[in-house]
Design a protein around this ligand. Structure first.
Ligand code: BGC
Length: 776
């Protein structure tokens, strides 16, 4: 195994439920902005400081983003290529609404000046609150204690609150809180022009309003703030000053602070866009929301947050006994996934969640193949919404297919609004496999939930339109034995674009086509009216369905008898070999350091490709084949994509390579926390985070669902004393607790359940616990 990440020491003490920063070190500031980011699937805020940051501007990216709010700019191509997207889509950095600056007599509070003691910042995964406490002595010797809590509501998606407390410790004197919303912001990456203009500012006593609008996409975003100022001091009074400028609003609280007394500002924030409510209502709605938040108050908001998270952890938590670092890693990941997940059917999950501008906030296949499984077996309703998003952009996928000269629908490789947003077709449009990824996710969702209505009303249309696209995209090639071949594609391995018969793509396309036939036949038989209506709507003919069957039956599925492996594509085995272990740290990732032609010509893979197929359609391959493919591709894979290691870990578990499985899991579980790729500052790696869950559940516990049946094949990784998780499947909740030589299966909720433990059928009644032996 190539040691592609040098395991780094953690800068956070290991803790079961918290991420703690004990010392403020500016060299980690940028990374920590991602680690301590908060969000709720609707809005995200990087972990920047309320008072701002006076350090090196290269080490800070103050950012706040709303899922689905983007700006478009023309894409300039060096040379003309027909049918390429004309405009991009970039998630916009919005008004900075978290600002609370503190003035202590004539000095502004700034952690980079004066002296800092007792500093601690804690992200509490149970409470969903970010808290910073410290004692600061100003350059002129004034000492204050500060306590700041920040919370973005997970229950009320349009609300957030910050509570900022200050206590003068060695003086009495004038203090000022300046609570601001600054609309004079811009993106740090990708956009050439400023995306936003401020169209309205208003301040009135404790309340303020700022409305922005994107220049080209014309999305309006409104922020309302309201405040509550309190103190422990008796006979305390303050003055309030309202300021509106062209691009910002500020409300200043000025008071005389007494030594030893504490003063607190609660800042309530609400945010809405005209994608949520009409433009006319926007102002009223956002103001009403913030007033309600204030009325409800800080304690209730935090209490609701805690209750929400209690339920969440009850569903998703993976308990690891015997390794605190990994425990912390998987919980941190599960927390960030929740924060990233769009839940309105209009948005999805960006590759970086809502924590950074890299990848421009785009949604990829990462959602369907990596993140969906994490939510599917605990919060299936989230997955339904994510799939509804795909349904809602189906027309755009139809348009893309048309543009490309194909029938049916072709989903964009990277997008926010449904249209293709990539200017690089080699890495995007070539990845036709995204169509199959979406269909695979629909199938998995219906299989795990029995939500037949979803299939009939939404899923089927996607399945049919993508089947159409595959049937149109491939052809029967005489020199390939008249088999159905799909040429000029890129599989998951982005280091091999423009290849013929990518094995992964062909298998997944076949899966897609077979499902198309199956669902059409099932609907014809069991829901004839629904089928007729849908067939009419999309002009589906029975000859077409027969043709899908023929394409699937005749699909070219590459296999090399001599090596006993599936060649990744027609040319892969004919390329030069390159020793991946010989690559230096300067070479890696190749995508950033080598000319593409030098990457494409070798037998090297960026990420799991055939090996991913061995996992997704695992019932089609025997153990020997899985092992042979793993042995072949593993030494040829650089894992330059963070989507790779988890898949290798899962297959390594299955074929009994436990050390590899563990090592690859280690590269996954704390990738962001320990900044293995030196790029956490750019934002989280959402797919990899979900991959860490898969390593445990699909890897160590060997969970698979084949043909509607649930299988486990668990073992305990060395050094652990146990691990435990629950999954929801077809209305049941099953708890799985793996210990040294045994596993306990408990049916916590739902009707009797039948599943397989190490190929043996097990039946459980509600509430029943069964103890089984675990392979040594
Ligand atoms: C990977 C893709 C992935 C994208 C976004 C790329 O580096 O190769 O598979 O979809 O990142 O995470």
């Amino acid at each position: 195994m190539r040691k592609y990440h040098q395991n780094k020491e953690s800068i956070y003490p290991y803790h079961e439920w918290k991420i703690v920063e004990d010392e403020f070190r500016p060299e980690y500031n940028h990374r920590n902005e991602t680690i301590f980011a908060l969000g709720n699937g609707y809005i995200g805020l990087r972990g920047t400081f309320e008072e701002g940051y006076s350090g090196d501007p290269k080490t800070t990216t103050p950012g706040t983003y709303i899922n689905g709010v983007y700006e478009s700019e023309p894409i300039y191509y060096g040379e003309f290529i027909p049918k390429m997207p004309e405009v991009g889509q970039t998630m916009v950095n919005l008004a900075d609404w978290k600002i609370i600056r503190l003035k202590v007599e004539d000095e502004w509070f700034d952690m980079l000046k004066g002296q800092l003691e007792e500093y601690q910042r804690v992200l509490d995964l149970k409470r969903g609150v970010l808290q910073r406490t410290l004692v600061w002595t100003s350059p002129k010797g004034r000492k204050i204690a500060v306590d700041i809590q920040r919370c973005i509501s997970l229950t009320d998606q349009h609300r957030a609150v910050i509570k900022f407390s200050v206590t003068p410790l060695n003086f009495s004197g004038q203090l000022i809180f300046s609570s601001e919303v600054n609309g004079d912001v811009q993106n740090y990456h990708h956009l050439r022009e400023k995306a936003l203009k401020v169209v309205k500012t208003e301040v009135n006593e404790d309340q303020g309003l700022l409305i922005q609008e994107t220049n080209n996409t014309k999305i309006a975003i409104a922020f309302a703030i309201d405040h509550c100022f309190k103190s422990s001091a008796k006979d305390f009074s303050f003055e309030c000053e309202n300021i509106t400028r062209e691009n910002e609003i500020a409300i200043k609280y000025i008071w005389y602070g007494k030594e030893g007394q504490s003063y607190q500002l609660e800042k309530y924030i609400s945010f809405y866009t005209d994608l949520d409510v009409s433009r006319e209502e926007l102002e009223t709605v956002v103001k009403r929301e913030v007033s309600e938040a204030k009325k409800e108050g800080f304690e209730i908001l935090l209490n609701k947050q805690y209750q929400f998270l209690k339920d969440y952890w009850n569903e998703v938590d993976v308990k690891i006994e015997g390794d605190l670092a990994l425990q912390q890693g998987v919980r941190f990941n599960a927390f960030h996934l929740l924060q990233s997940c769009g839940r309105d059917g209009r948005t999805s999950i960006g590759a970086k969640g809502l924590t950074g501008e890299h990848y421009e906030g785009h949604y990829f296949w990462d959602t369907e193949i990596y993140v969906n499984p994490f939510f599917l077996y605990s919060q299936p309703e989230f997955v339904k919404k994510l799939l509804l998003y795909r349904y809602n952009i189906l027309d755009k996928a139809r348009a893309k297919a048309k543009l490309m000269g194909h029938r049916g629908a072709l989903y964009a490789w990277r997008t926010i609004n449904g249209h293709e947003a990539s200017a690089l077709f080699e890495g995007s449009t070539t990845q036709y496999h995204i169509n199959a990824a979406i269909v695979y996710a629909i199938h998995k969702y219906v299989e795990a939930t029995d939500d037949i209505d979803f299939l009939l009303n939404y899923g089927a249309e996607i399945i049919f339109e993508t089947s159409r696209c595959w049937a149109d995209r491939g052809g029967f090639i005489p020199l390939k034995g008249n088999k159905f071949c799909i040429n000029e594609v890129c599989g998951p391995d982005e280091y091999k674009p423009g290849v013929n018969n990518n094995c992964y793509t062909n298998y997944m396309a076949r899966f897609n086509l077979q499902l198309g036939v199956k669902v059409a036949r099932m609907m014809e038989e069991e829901y004839p009216d629904k089928f007729k209506a849908l067939a009419e709507k999309i002009g589906l003919k029975s000859e077409e369905i027969e043709y899908w069957q023929r394409c699937a039956d005749e699909m070219y599925l590459p296999f090399n008898e001599d090596l006993g492996i599936h060649p990744q594509d027609d040319s892969f085995l004919y390329k030069e070999e390159l020793d991946v272990d010989s690559l230096s740290e300067e070479d890696i990732p190749l995508v950033r350091n080598w000319h593409p032609l030098n990457i494409w010509r070798y037998q090297i893979c960026k990420q799991a490709d055939v090996v991913l197929l061995m996992f997704l359609l695992g019932d089609l391959f025997d153990l020997k084949t899985k092992k042979a493919n793993y042995d072949y591709y593993e030494p040829r894979t650089t894992h330059d994509s963070s989507l790779s290691a988890c898949i290798y870990s899962i297959i390594a578990s299955e074929i009994g390579y436990r050390k590899d499985a563990y090592d690859y899991f280690m590269q996954t579980a704390r990738l962001d926390l320990d900044d293995y790729n030196n790029n956490t500052h750019e934002g989280i790696h959402a797919a990899c985070m979900a991959g860490s869950w898969m390593c445990v559940i699909n890897g160590f516990a060997g969970m698979r669902v084949y043909d509607g049946k649930l299988y486990f094949n668990p073992y305990l990784p060395e050094g652990w004393t146990g691990y435990q998780f629950s999954i929801r499947f077809r209305g049941r909740k099953l708890n799985v607790y793996v210990k040294k030589d045994q596993v306990n299966y408990t049916l916590v909720e739902g009707n009797d359940l039948e599943f397989y433990h190490c190929k043996k059928k097990v039946k459980l009644k509600t509430g029943e616990i069964k103890q089984m032996k675990v392979k040594g």
